[in-house]
Design a protein around this ligand. Structure first.
Ligand SMILES: NC(=O)C1=CN([C@@H]2O[C@H](COP(=O)(O)OP(=O)(O)OC[C@H]3O[C@@H](n4cnc5c(N)ncnc54)[C@H](O)[C@@H]3O)[C@@H](O)[C@H]2O)C=CC1
Ligand SMILES: O=C(O)C(=O)[C@H](O)COP(=O)(O)O
Length: 375
């Protein structure tokens, strides 16, 4: 059995080689000749999987080690009887921690308390719901917008996008990219929405670039200098708008989900789906794969206020480490993907063991996802 895996999938070689011969390939562009005798194809979001790529090829199963699936023609796969699995939720914690890193940075820069702000979350799935839980643990008010969930009658209070725009100080997008249909998200944040944002709002997009109309955003930023903008994703990628990058407060190369844990979960989720598909079901415990983190243990004396939380969060991950390199190389063809391929190891907050001498601080840090104890 031959299995093609994207070279940007940690642990793929060691896992998939348990079931066949593994060939690691770049995802953009994928070397199509390698598909002529491949049984399995494991991709990331940069590979468009459709009739053009797979017609006439023997591939029987496609896995994507990602949460988003807009790069996959699922109807085509189903029509051809090709098995498919994505990795829902694999990197949701990473995206949440990216958002926190950015917000704590902007709060320090602009001198505000996050507890004085209302956060509107658009798309309340794996990312959005974890973000809500952590914000609420800190006492930060959230407003949720998720029409598919509201229409399904899911528990919770859901608001319209218009209500979020009218009330939220921070608006953060965590939807899939749907190009059409009842819940279309293409250009969900269009010129009218962007112009209507409250004064001094923060806009965050860490889902898919085209959920925010990037040309309209640049127009609005040329007219309004009160907005702060955090963009991890761009329209289009990898050729982002350099004038827009120049205008945003934080700009990164689609790496919000790139913790080692998040990527490894993506690999293990599709590996488990593949082994089930070929009738050799296997399960993988993530902690048997991951190395010890660079910073493992720290002692926190006293209570947890916002500046202390910011220092702790930034010890694990400071978003500026990804903003500066993008600005440095964005004008050079191929560098967006190179930054992503050579991504410096990043870990999740749970990798940091925090010993606290304050019981409330320990309790809160645990709720936020740190490995905290009171002693
Ligand atoms: N920047 C990055 O590195 C990453 C980006 N993503 C992107 O973020 C998206 C969300 O990720 P997850 O939370 O894991 O996905 P998910 O599928 O768990 O949640 C998406 C939520 O959006 C909701 N939704 C759908 N249409 C909507 C609409 N028109 N308005 C408001 N809400 C809508 C869905 O009902 C669902 O609850 C992914 O589809 C992916 O494109 C995900 C992980 C990493
Ligand atoms: O999971 C998703 O959806 C994402 O956006 C991934 O973090 C993107 O990473 P790549 O698949 O493009 O490496």
């Amino acid at each position: 059995m031959k299995i093609l895996v994207d070279e940007n999938m940690p642990y793929a070689r060691e896992l998939f080689s348990r079931t066949g011969d593994v060939v690691a390939v770049p995802g953009r562009p994928i070397p199509e000749a390698q598909l002529r005798d491949a049984d399995g194809l494991m991709v990331r979001s940069v590979t468009k999987v459709n009739a053009e790529l797979l017609s006439g090829k023997p591939v029987k199963f496609v896995g994507t080690a990602t949460a988003g699936t807009d790069h996959i023609d699922e109807d085509f796969l189903a029509a051809q009887g090709i098995g498919f699995s994505a990795a829902p939720g694999c990197n949701a914690i990473a995206v949440v921690e990216y958002v926190f890193s950015a917000l704590l940075l902007l709060a320090e820069r602009d001198g505000f308390q996050l507890t004085d702000r209302t956060v509107g979350i658009v798309g309340v799935g794996n990312v959005g719901s974890r973000l809500q839980a952590r914000l609420e643990a800190l006492g930060i008010r959230t407003l949720l917008c998720d029409p598919p969930r509201a229409d399904r009658g899911d528990q919770g209070e859901f608001y319209s996008l218009e209500q979020l725009v009218a009330e939220a100080d921070i608006l953060t997008f965590h939807t899939p990219l749907f190009k059409d249909g009842a819940y279309k998200t293409l250009h969900l944040a269009d010129g009218a929405l962007l112009r209507a944002l409250k004064p001094n709002s923060i806009l965050i997009n860490a889902c898919r670039g085209a959920v925010v109309d990037n040309a309209a955003l640049l127009d609005v930023l040329n007219q309004r200098d009160d907005l702060s903008v955090v963009l991890d994703v761009w329209e289009p990628e990898p050729e982002l708008s350099l004038p827009l990058l120049d205008k945003v407060d934080i700009g990164t190369a689609h790496i919000a989900g790139y913790t080692l844990e998040g990527k490894a979960r993506g690999t293990t989720q599709v590996f488990e789906a593949w082994t089930q598909f070929i009738g050799q079901a296997q399960q993988v415990a993530l902690d048997t794969l991951l190395p010890a983190p660079e910073f493992g243990r720290i002692t926190l004396h006293g209570p947890l206020d916002q500046p202390t939380l910011k220092r702790l969060v930034h010890l694990v991950y400071d978003v500026r480490r990804d903003d500066a390199p993008l600005r440095h190389v964005a004008a050079i063809a191929g560098e967006f993907d190179r930054l992503r391929k050579n991504y410096q190891e990043r870990r999740e907050w749970s990798s940091l063991h925090v010993q606290c001498d304050n019981a409330d601080a320990a309790e809160l840090l645990k709720k936020l996802g740190f490995n905290a104890v009171y002693q």
